[in-house]
Write a protein that binds this ligand. Structure first.
Ligand code: AMP
Length: 394
């Protein structure tokens, strides 16, 4: 069964219930500091409105209120921004189960309703059947465009599909993400090189195992590299490197395809994370020094591999890139990807932030909006929220 998208459903005069990921960052005054997630939802919202829906009922979570009503996680700033962007009134409800919602939906004047933060209800994250049923009663059709939460089985993304058999579809953001990720998951053009970095091996264990079976080369940089170097018998000084991560790295190095792993051959170090950078032209890091970025020789070796690659997946920075002293490796990889003529996909929170910081986002094949969701998609070839949308649930 093929997954349907929003432009394949009849929406005229229908009440459309749509789940988005409006989980935007807010400053202490409640102002949105990055509107990307809402902006990416606009094509789907505009399509639904232009298709002549009678009502549009929007759902989203924001932050982690953990099932409690917390004012700082209200969707009020989102409602204000949406109203400006759409030049239409957006009515924010008091809660997702507000008694007045059904009356509101009977009023001719009201077109767009935003339900207050769905995670104010503990039932959302528990994937509660009755809660999903109550939500489902607001709409005739259901659209899910919340790719960033499609790896979670929550009431508004998973269980709700039980009530929309044949009348559920994905939004355009979901469609873009799936098409992009499928280029990596299904027969990637070779050579296929993956780059992984960031801090913890344990967080990325599954994706490394999965990638080792499919890539031609796997570049490991950032603090992720030190447990691998230590497991191979090199010294790592005072770099970030837990014993449990060394154990995991040791196991991964026994993997039948571990010869695909490429590690840094030199480093940028300092005696303090705020200290001055120093280049170590050796794999070993001396006592008392902290590895904080890959060195120039490592970048050159990695880049020569990347130059020939036809498909590249990047997840995780090459060093402590938030500090400009230790950002050269990460920026260098971003530049290399921006010049690559093959297919480049950046997935995962911090590498996305690094690419944005370097101003090169537009030069990437695809920058995924869902960090955890995109990695799980690559690991498993789909996500629970997408499967439920496709096949429904009983
Ligand atoms: P992750 O969430 O696992 O992708 O980790 C990303 C974080 O790892 C970023 O905040 C980086 O600054 C940090 N990081 C990457 N390399 C290093 C390093 N060599 N030492 C300390 N932190 C690092």
């Amino acid at each position: 069964m093929a997954l349907k998208f929003v432009d394949e459903l009849e929406l005229e005069n229908k009440r459309v219930l749509a789940r988005f990921d409006f989980n935007v960052p807010l400053d202490s005054d409640g102002n949105i500091t990055d509107t990307t997630r809402i902006d990416l939802a606009l094509p789907t919202i505009k399509h639904i409105l232009e298709a002549g829906c009678s009502k549009l009922i929007l759902m989203s979570h924001l932050g982690r209120p953990k099932g409690q009503v917390k004012k700082e996680f209200s969707l009020e700033p989102v409602a204000t921004y949406l109203a400006e962007a759409l030049e239409e009134d957006v009515v924010l409800t008091e809660s997702a189960l507000d008694r007045g919602i059904k009356t509101l939906l009977d009023l001719n004047e009201t077109k767009i309703v935003l339900l207050e933060n769905i995670r104010f209800h503990p039932e959302e994250e528990k994937n509660d059947h009755d809660f999903a049923k109550q939500l489902s009663e607001y709409g005739d059709v259901y659209i899910n465009d919340a790719f960033g939460t499609a790896h979670r089985k929550h009431a508004s993304t998973y269980e709700i599909n039980a009530f929309f058999k044949g009348s559920a579809a994905g939004g355009f953001l979901m469609k873009n993400e799936i098409e992009a990720l499928n280029k990596i998951v299904n027969k990637p053009e070779r050579p296929f090189v993956a780059i992984t970095g960031g801090a913890k091996v344990s967080d990325k264990l599954k994706i490394i195992e999965r990638l080792l079976t499919t890539v031609d080369s796997l570049i490991i940089g950032g603090a992720m590299a030190y447990p691998f170097l230590k497991a191979k018998g090199y010294t790592v000084g005072s770099s970030m490197c837990s014993d449990s991560d060394v154990e995991l790295a040791r196991k991964l190095l026994l993997h039948g395809s571990s010869s695909k792993i490429m590690l840094p051959v030199d480093h940028i170090v300092s005696d303090d994370i705020e200290g001055n950078p120093e280049t170590i032209k050796d794999v070993n890091i001396p006592d008392g020094m902290i590895g904080l970025d890959i060195g120039p020789e490592s970048l050159a070796v990695f880049n020569s591999k990347l130059d020939r690659a036809k498909t590249i997946l990047w997840n995780g920075p090459m060093g402590l890139f938030e500090n400009a002293h230790f950002a050269k490796g990460t920026t260098g990889i971003a530049q290399s990807l921006s010049m690559n003529t093959g297919y480049t996909l950046v997935g995962g929170g911090d590498s996305v932030a690094a690419v944005k910081k370097s101003g090169l986002s537009a030069k990437m094949g695809h920058v995924s909006t869902g960090g955890g969701a995109s990695l799980e998609y690559i690991e498993q070839g789909s996500l629970p929220g997408i499967q439920a949308l496709k096949f429904g649930i009983s």
